[in-house]
Ligand binder design. Structure first.
Ligand code: NAD
Ligand code: MG
Length: 302
């Protein structure tokens, strides 16, 4: 009998009694195969119960990390899944697709850089074509930069501000707008925000601001789309072990990553996915809209 993902996560990620990870670095966007340890996306543990039977979901950033764990969980709950990712992540995307297909569901690959509005429109159109419709839009792609040249305002380069704001915020507006004509009553939108929306780090000034804006957008969209029967919610993860971390954070921050949470460790992507399943479920979450669900290892989300 395999242990639960929480038990395995706790034993596999602790470098020492303080939590943290072995020193390692990657260039963005980062790939799963070179991480040490490889994140746990629930491959061996997630058991579906038909909660999303017959639904069609698009997950941006679905190749790796939280997005991959959501794709695996959605497929095992009975959903067909389209995933969007960057061209450089083709190998990760194919791995995720193979898990979706192993679950007996349709996997659709929709690569494209979401910092361009035309690409967002095309990604929605291709996902709708490939899936035969759209019931759940998971806006999960995101980017931050925490490798210098410094913290706070002095560390913000124009290129990074542009990339962070376009990826995390502008793309979400473009994707939601393009998806809306395809979403019927009982559909939903889920947005990945962050603990950074509540407890911002000076090193992630721009990123934290986009995540706070996404919380605001979640509440606001829930109001405007509620009359159409479309629910809008968000998940705010705490520190989660994904390629984003070694790709965008300095080594010294990797070595202690997650150790300052009340649970004393980073989470694994597979520990976040059940929140996305709940929020997507038309029966379990039928009256849940405009909420942000924290999965933070104990850090406060208010
Ligand atoms: P990840 O690197 O596995 O996933 C992020 C994905 O974003 C990438 O796989 C990539 O496909 C996608 N992406 C980035 N820029 C893109 C672009 N221009 N066009 C298309 N796709 C793009 O890391 P993750 O941690 O699973 O990140 C998923 C989400 O979770 C992000 O929104 C991130 O901000 C958020 N988040 C992560 C943590 C954490 O500690 N890992 C904590 C809070 C929130
Ligand atoms: Mg990736």
């Amino acid at each position: 009998m395999s242990s639960s993902i929480g038990e395995r996560a706790a034993s596999m990620v602790r470098k020492d009694d303080q939590g943290g990870f072995p020193p390692q670095q990657q260039d963005p966007p980062g790939l799963t195969a070179t991480m040490e340890p490889i994140p746990d996306h629930g491959e061996e543990t997630y058991v579906g119960h038909g909660r999303l039977e017959g639904l069609k979901a698009l997950i941006t950033g679905g190749d790796s990390g939280i997005g991959r764990a959501v794709a695996i969980a959605y497929a095992r709950e009975g959903a067909d899944v389209a995933i969007n990712y960057l061209d450089a992540e083709q190998s990760d995307a194919e791995d995720t697709a193979s898990w979706v297909r192993k679950a007996g569901r349709n996997a659709v690959l929709v690569p494209g850089d979401l910092t361009e509005r035309a690409t967002c429109d095309r990604v929605i159109a291709d996902a709708v074509d490939g899936l035969g419709g759209l019931d759940v839009l998971v806006n999960n792609a995101g980017f931050h930069w925490d490798k210098g040249p410094g913290e706070g305002l002095e560390g913000l380069t124009d290129d990074n501000i542009e990339r962070v704001v376009r990826t995390n915020l502008q793309a979400v507006l473009w994707l939601c707008r393009a998806a809306l004509p395809h979403l019927a009553s009982r559909s939903s939108i889920i947005i990945t925000t962050s603990i950074q929306a509540y407890d911002p780090s000076p090193a992630l000034l721009d990123y934290a601001a986009t995540k706070a804006a996404l919380n605001n957008l979640t509440v606001n969209l829930a109001q405007s789309l509620g009359p159409k029967g479309i629910r809008v919610n968000a998940v705010a993860p705490g520190p989660i072990w994904t390629p984003l971390q070694p790709a965008t954070r300095e080594t010294k921050k990797i070595e202690t990553f997650g150790s300052d949470t009340p649970l004393g460790r980073a989470g694994q992507p597979g520990e976040v996915a059940p929140a996305y399943v709940f929020l997507a479920s038309p029966s379990d979450a039928s009256y849940v809209s405009g909420t942000v669900l924290g999965v933070t290892g104990g850090q406060a989300v208010f």
